[in-house]
Design a protein around this ligand. Structure first.
Ligand SMILES: [Fe+2]
Length: 385
């Protein structure tokens, strides 16, 4: 759960008169979650955020599920997702269930014609390749390789990319992203033993405050459908905001690995908690230092989660033939483990340079048509010598 932040000008107390230099009132908006019960922010607009000019015909972006019931270890080459100039078209869903969607995107152009708002899910966008600025109603967030961009449900945003080489991994969560509960102390602070702390969280800086009227297109996603809304004022017209509901960035390179004498289980790699899933970051680290330790992981069956690994960079000691952007899916209860030879090979190694993102879901993932087009079909047999 993010911490309290404020940016720009806000009145001394909430819900009181807050006036412009010309005497007009700014327009206050409460952005709240779980009704009025969970985190919220108060934002102050030049113009009321309610002025809709028109709504164009909606269109579907629903994932097309090809395999509804999966019980096979699988692997997909994520970099086969095709580069595409339009941001919404670039988003390719690969694995989905009722809690979370995993998509890949290779957008080649900055968003110039429209803004985007996801009203069905909060987003975690992992920047595998590319850099630029995420423009949001809450301010700008510069981003680069290795950033997780956390964009809570309802935040209006626009990507500005530095060039056309961008690779994004997008996790849409139907519940909020939170810090793991065990890393939050009684006062809500990140604990001393957490692998990251408040200083690693980059909140929006430099508010963009456009006092502009016109016709502004916001593509709003809800129920796997895009609703093109035309607003009468610029969506980034805030003069200030404060609260707990805002986008932020967290770099995988700021995750401080927890290591031990013997193999440590995946929860030490955890970054965020979702509803019925967790995310983890595997980062360069020293290996286990017991004199008889085996750095490669043991064979493993997690009897109540589907495990998804997205390989980012470096050498992956437990697998052979791993490509950047490759995704492996190991479903509930089917044992998986190091490839033949990887255990012996790992003994005596001092460190790993692997960089990977993991998604563990508590309910089965379904596989989309687009994912099948990227599949390494014989992966499930790859443990045979
Ligand atoms: Fe595992």
């Amino acid at each position: 759960m993010p911490h309290y932040r404020k940016l720009g000008k806000i009145p001394r107390k909430r819900h009181i008169q807050f006036r412009k230099a010309n005497g007009d009132l700014y327009s206050e908006q409460l952005v709240s979650t779980e009704g009025f019960s969970d985190t919220y922010s108060l934002v102050y607009h030049h113009y009321p955020p309610t002025r809709v000019l028109k709504i164009d015909k909606s269109f579907s972006v629903a994932p097309e599920v090809a395999i509804n019931k999966n019980m096979q270890n699988r692997s997909f080459q994520g970099f086969k997702a095709k580069p595409e100039s339009d941001y919404i078209k670039s988003r390719v869903p690969v694995l989905v269930n009722n809690d979370v969607y995993m998509s890949l995107a290779a957008p080649t152009e900055s968003m110039t014609d429209y803004f985007f708002k996801n009203s069905q899910a909060s987003e975690l966008i992992f920047i595998h390749e590319g850099s630029g600025v995420l423009h949001t109603m809450y301010g700008k967030i510069p981003f680069s390789y290795g950033d997780h961009l956390i964009i809570p449900r309802g935040v209006i945003y626009k990507f500005e990319f530095e060039n056309d080489k961008n690779r994004l991994l997008i996790i849409e969560s139907f519940g909020p992203f939170r810090y793991p509960k065990r890393y939050i102390n009684k006062a809500g602070q990140l604990t001393e033993d957490a692998p990251f702390c408040e200083r690693d969280i980059r909140a929006p800086e430099e508010l963009e405050s456009y006092d502009e009227e016109g016709d502004f297109l916001v593509m709003i996603k809800r129920d796997d459908e895009i609703f093109p809304y035309h607003y009468a004022s610029h969506p980034f017209d805030l003069v200030g905001w404060d609260g707990y509901h805002y986008p932020f960035a967290f770099s995988i390179h700021d995750f401080e690995p927890i290591t031990g004498r013997l193999h440590m289980p995946p929860p030490i790699h955890q970054t965020f908690d979702g509803r019925n899933f967790v995310t983890c970051a595997f980062v360069p680290r020293l290996y286990d230092y017991h004199p008889e330790s085996i750095p490669a992981p043991y064979n493993h069956s997690n009897v109540d989660s589907d495990e998804v690994l997205y390989y980012i960079d470096g050498d992956f000691m437990s697998r052979k033939h791993v490509e950047r952007g490759q995704i492996t899916l190991h479903p509930t209860g089917i044992p998986h483990g190091p490839h033949p030879g990887a255990v012996e090979k790992s003994i005596g190694k001092k460190e790993t340079n692997e960089l990977a993102f993991m998604l563990d879901t508590f309910f089965p993932l379904k596989i989309t048509k687009q994912a099948l087009e990227m599949e390494d079909k014989d992966y499930y047999q790859s443990w045979i010598d």
